[in-house]
Design a protein around this ligand. Sequence first.
Ligand SMILES: Nc1nc2c(ncn2[C@@H]2O[C@H](COP(=O)(O)OP(=O)(O)OP(=O)(O)O)[C@@H](O)[C@H]2O)c(=O)[nH]1
Ligand SMILES: [Mg+2]
Ligand SMILES: [Zn+2]
Length: 319
Amino acid sequence: MNPTEFQGTVYRSTGSWYAVKPDGTSKFMACRIKGKLRLKGIRLTNPIGVGDRVLCQAENDKEAIILHVLPRKNYVVRQSPRKKHFLHLIASNVDQAALIATILQPKLKQGFIDRYLMMTEPYEIPVLIVFNKADLYDENAFAMYEYLRDIYTDIGYKTLLVSAESGDGIPELLLNLEGKTTLIGGQSGVGKSTLINRLDAKLDLETDFLSNYTGKGQHTTTFAEMFDLNEKTRIIDTPGIKTLTFNHLEPEHIVHNFREIFQYAQMCKFSNCTHRNEPQCAVKKAVEEGYISELRYYNYLQLLEDTEAQNAWERLKDM
Ligand SMILES: Nc1nc2c(ncn2[C@@H]2O[C@H](COP(=O)(O)OP(=O)(O)OP(=O)(O)O)[C@@H](O)[C@H]2O)c(=O)[nH]1
Ligand SMILES: [Mg+2]
Ligand SMILES: [Zn+2]
């Protein structure tokens, strides 16, 4: 390696500049991409994301050029809101994701958890579902939390109940983050940044306080950013998600991301079974017998229909 070259990790990206922390140092370098980066496979609206490992060439002691992106262990993408068939890279090389949800304020959007899991299942990224704002739950909200907790723990996701406000459950959350790089995601306003501030008061991230003041209801966090909690523990704060749609997927891919439904799908009579009304469908039978939760099955059907409709619309637009 040329003496001016170094490897590092991307912590933040603001348009054309990337904050890269060279390995073994604590000072960031401001990095740019020169020319076109050749990337195989996926078409991305942003060629480099938070968590990417990069090879750079220093131009001086503050600035460098990114020469290339080292192979990714995994990545999380979502459909680009603007460019068809392009994907937006949310983060790369994560050990797990913490999906932050709340039953109240804002109300949990029906189906949101399963939509989020559509982004993490392709790489089998472990997901911790964190129900925040426990201090606000009344009896009904608590019952809803318990209902969801049971559904998701039954199929292998870890769940936690916490309150960034009171501090309840925070030590256990920290324990679950220790030694890992965790992508923090969820709807806007669920308390992602507040939780991160709870985990490390030094970070002092901006939370909803100001946007309440301007009354515009904008997302408070506007780009993804990685933080070190300690030498081995990293967290990535991300902007809140309003809706998640999947025009980059084919309908038959949906079932792959519903882990327990996929298992039963192997036993359906027809290999192209969509698990709606086909005869001898092992999935429907498992739902009727209570082995698959009705909520998950309903969300599967909903996502399947959404994806079919979106794909049909894309084809019509192309004609
Ligand atoms: N009562 C209560 N309020 C909370 C809790 N956690 C966060 N909040 C409040 O919820 C609001 C939104 O918090 P943020 O941390 O900005 O939410 P966010 O998920 O980062 O939002 P985006 O950046 O827009 O995605 C703030 O007013 C917080 O004070 C909690 O545990 N209990
Ligand atoms: Mg935020
Ligand atoms: Zn079936």
